[in-house]
Ligand binder design. Structure first.
Ligand code: SF4
Length: 652
């Protein structure tokens, strides 16, 4: 079949996705919108840096109809994160005019989100800036906020309008009022956070007053024809929080006030697994909620939440439940997704896997937004992928995700790359990481890497682990060592007993397990393996040495795993050390006392891994240039492995 026919067919498959749409008077080329996601790449004074402009322009080139920026704080030091955008003076207007010029030139429309983080302001900001409807602290917030006085309310209303006016001056195509996720405006809307007894609290009509005043002030300052969107948490998922019934009243009122579109999200920071849904939540879990909103308004409705694929987006639109799809993380994973779909370059699309390691995970740690599957995000301003003049012979030892990523990038730079993998397949420990419940989608990364290596004609040698002499004989310019890691066995008496198995053997179904299981290790491997065995009917006890389980794991993923622990009624014993294993028992030590866990059928070990790196020293001795990456260097998460692989290939 001719390539042109294939292309035509694929385009027809996505007829809704590529139908132009309108928000107010703003014409949009298709139905795919990049919704807001923070990068932490602005300056502390609110300026858009070259890094941020290049990042947004890169997305605009990818074919998205409109980009909604990360939030513009309405005043200095009231953002959720450090380094928030702002536009409160003329110099900033000039800077942000350049930002809109760059995005327009690259082919997309751009809207700016405007916000005050309220009780969730970044802890580096002055404590007195933490204000809210009521003096109620969030469990994840740093500050207990002050209840806002009426003059403060009036001032902030006016600052929203001023910000919108300045954004219009900077040539933005629209503004979005951020009234979601437990930040200031939504604190007023929700009974959960609004305990006021004055005209801004009590009934829904009064709780809406703050938002209504903001909408009116913004409209007065931007004029009738300028598109204004509102982002709402349609359902908050906390006791007493906003319900869909209440949100229906709010959106109807927004429509009466002349709002041009409703951007539906859900959740608040307290339950952030509903805002940036991890893989456990599944795909497009909240489209039905958008439908509830769409039923009662005539203005466009945008739905968001784990829509990471063009098929899913098209199906969502075809169902009539939404007019546009918001695809924030999907645009991090692949800024070119719309254009690749249009061109039928289906296998080249990288999909967001819902890991949250690089995006919101980094943000919460106060670090620049990255993407686990796409290491180029926020590196656009300094990347040069032109072919290297000096073509090198690169050997990559190890076909896990770090080794594969190094191979792909080195080949893109024009080097001669051969990748060696000792097993019969690529993916390494990432394949095992994709086995726990709800994690199957992680494999899409390996599929993408395999397809990309094929496209780049990289030589792959499976079942191949070259020894030092063979490597030296091939005279490579560089060897990238990506030999991964191996699970550890803790030095405990009885660890060699037949009832003891490594967690990976359970996940690969290479070892049976009994009814009563003790899991040694409360990290993600231990808890995910425990969840799988509990799902199969086993009774689980997790023993963890530290005083917390799942340390370092992204908040959203942790919420889901802790829910699984509760759901399956697993016992968790923290600050306890396993000191002995017998035929049917495990002895632990806690608070200086020995305790025996009896009637144990299986002991599952999830006590971490150690690096495997046998090649570096002898190759170095033989005068071969080496670079060790990923788990072979130090056992860490997928984000570290992918980024190290990318940078090794880039700098090869
Ligand atoms: Fe998606 Fe993970 Fe990338 Fe975030 S870091 S955009 S969740 S793949």
């Amino acid at each position: 079949m001719a390539p042109g026919i294939i292309k035509l067919r694929r385009h027809i498959m996505f007829i809704k996705l590529f139908t132009p749409g309108k928000i107010g008077n703003l014409r949009l080329a298709n139905r795919m919108i990049v919704t807001s996601i923070s990068t932490l790449t602005a300056t502390d004074e609110g300026y858009a840096t070259e890094q941020l402009m290049a990042y947004l322009a890169r997305k605009a080139q990818g074919g998205w109809a409109m980009i909604i920026t990360e939030y513009y704080a309405i005043a200095p030091h009231v953002g959720y994160f450090p380094r928030a955008l702002g536009i409160w003076n003329d110099d900033l207007i000039k800077n942000h005019t350049e930002l809109t010029r760059r995005v327009h030139q690259a082919g997309a429309k751009i809207a700016a989100q405007i916000s005050h983080a309220g009780r969730e302001i970044y802890h580096g900001h002055p404590r007195e800036n933490a204000v809210s409807s009521s003096a109620l602290k969030d469990v994840y917030g740093e500050f207990k906020p002050r209840e806002m006085t009426i003059p403060e309310i009036k001032k902030i209303v006016s600052q929203f309008g001023d910000t919108a006016r300045n954004l219009k001056k900077a040539n933005f195509d629209a503004v979005e009022i951020y009234a979601a996720h437990g930040f200031l405006i939504s604190n007023f809307l929700s009974k959960y956070t609004n305990h006021r007894t004055d005209e801004y609290g009590g009934s829904l009509r009064d709780r809406m007053r703050f938002l209504e005043e903001i909408v009116k002030d913004v409209r007065a300052k931007v004029g009738e024809d300028f598109p204004v969107l509102v982002r709402l948490s349609t359902k908050e998922f906390v006791p007493g929080g906003l319900s869909i019934a209440e949100t229906r009243v709010i959106v109807k009122r927004m429509e009466e006030l002349g709002i041009d579109a409703i951007n539906c999200s859900q959740g608040i920071v307290t339950v952030s697994n509903n805002i940036v849904e991890p893989f456990q939540v599944g795909n497009a879990p909240f489209v039905d909620i958008a439908e509830e909103i769409k039923k009662i308004v005539t203005i466009p409705v945008i739905t968001t939440g784990r829509i990471n694929d063009a098929d899913l987006a098209e199906t969502t639109l075809l169902s009539g439940k939404s007019d546009f799809v918001g695809m924030a993380r999907a645009s991090l994973a692949d800024p070119d997704l719309p254009n690749k779909v249009l061109a039928g370059r289906w296998d080249e699309i990288r999909h967001c896997i819902g890991c949250n390691q690089g995006c919101i995970g980094n943000n919460v740690r106060g670090e620049i937004c990255r993407c686990m599957v796409n290491p180029e995000i926020n590196r656009e301003y300094q990347l040069d992928l032109t072919k290297a003049v000096d073509k090198k012979k690169i050997m990559i030892i190890g076909g896990g995700i770090a080794g594969c990523e190094a191979a792909i990038t080195a080949a893109r730079k024009g080097h001669d790359v051969t990748l060696y993998e000792k097993s019969d397949r690529l993916g390494g420990t990432w394949l095992i990481a994709s086995l726990p419940l709800s994690k199957g989608e992680l494999v899409s990364l390996v599929k993408w890497q395999i397809s990309e290596m094929k496209r780049l004609n990289i030589t792959i040698k499976l079942n191949s682990a070259p020894e030092v002499e063979e490597i030296v004989a091939l005279s490579p310019d560089k060897v990238i060592i990506a030999t991964g890691s191996q699970p550890c066995l803790p030095p405990v008496s009885g660890i060699e007993s037949q009832s003891v198995v490594q967690a990976n053997k359970i996940l690969t179904q290479d070892a049976p397990f009994g009814e009563n299981v003790v899991v040694i290790g409360g990290g993600s491997v231990g808890v995910e393996t425990a969840e799988y065995m509990a799902f199969c009917g086993s009774s689980i006890t997790i023993v963890e040495m530290r005083n917390e389980i799942l340390p370092g794991l992204e908040r959203e993923t942790k919420i889901g795993l802790k829910e699984a622990i509760r759901h399956y009624r697993m016992d968790v014993i923290k600050s306890a050390k396993v000191v002995g294993i017998g035929d049917d028992y495990v002895a632990i030590e806690k608070n200086g006392k020995q305790i025996r866990l009896d009637d144990v059928d299986t002991v599952v070990v999830a006590a971490g891994s150690r690096s495997v790196n046998k090649l570096e020293a002898p190759l170095h001795e033989a005068g071969i240039l080496t670079q060790v990456i990923g788990d072979a260097k130090q056992v860490r998460n997928g984000l570290a492995a992918m980024h190290e692989g990318y940078l090794a290939g880039y700098g090869a």
